[in-house]
Design a protein around this ligand. Structure first.
Ligand code: ADP
Length: 194
């Protein structure tokens, strides 16, 4: 029997940490499906289609990896595509509690389905999509954190947000006013000293 796994997540955006895990997973499973959760309650930076396109380009070099989307219970999706395992990443001890709860709940819902945890290379163990979004929105460099095509997509998003005064624009002006306040504090303390 072929060993098939799904790798579910938000991937908003996909990072080098996700890619590291996909590469490791592709070596131990005959088939790996990267499954993007369509969650109407979350307000993502990238649409499901954008995330799908990025992941498809990133995984084009792996013969046994495909990309799909799903909504609802992960275990139902796994059954539908006849996977025997759910692949998840553990970066630090902080991931463990949540991942353990989810794995045990999934086991309760579907006892035949295994959750397999893998650890990324140590250099990606601090990396998360949320951090990448925050650094990008504040104008910081993200080129070592995500593949080039994601850097490009993030730039495009930030340009649009800045143009229309979106979240990135707001973050930028917050950062500028914090800088200004710090400069004013310095000048005042210099005046006091002199
Ligand atoms: P979710 O909202 O389901 O946590 P994510 O896209 O944030 O979706 O993560 C999907 C999976 O990938 C999770 O198991 C997460 O622990 C794992 N993951 C995220 N970032 C990394 C990383 N840098 N290294 C290894 N695994 C990661």
């Amino acid at each position: 029997m072929k060993r098939k796994a799904i790798y579910p997540g938000s991937f908003d955006p996909p990072t080098n940490g996700h890619l590291d895990l996909i590469e490791r997973g592709s070596k131990i499973f005959d088939e790996l499906i990267v499954a993007i959760l369509r969650n109407p309650e979350k307000d993502p930076l990238f649409s499901v289609n954008e995330r799908r396109q990025m992941l498809e380009s990133m995984t084009g070099g792996f013969d046994n990896v495909s990309v799909d989307t799903f909504h609802g219970l992960t275990v139902d999706y796994a059954l539908r595509v006849e996977a025997q395992a759910i692949l998840r990443g553990i970066r630090a001890i902080s991931d463990y509690e949540y991942e353990l709860q989810m794995a045990l709940m999934n086991r309760k819902l579907q006892p035949g389905l295994e959750t397999v945890f893998m650890m990324p290379a140590a250099k990606y163990s601090y990396l998360s999509s949320r951090l990448v979004r925050e650094v990008a929105q504040l104008g910081g460099p993200v080129d070592c954190l995500v593949p080039d095509l994601v850097v490009q997509k993030l730039r495009e998003k930030m340009d649009v947000a800045n143009k229309f005064g979106g979240a990135a624009g707001a973050h930028e002006s917050e950062a500028r006013s914090a800088d200004r306040a710090a400069a004013e504090r310095k000048t005042k303390s210099r005046k006091r000293k002199s």
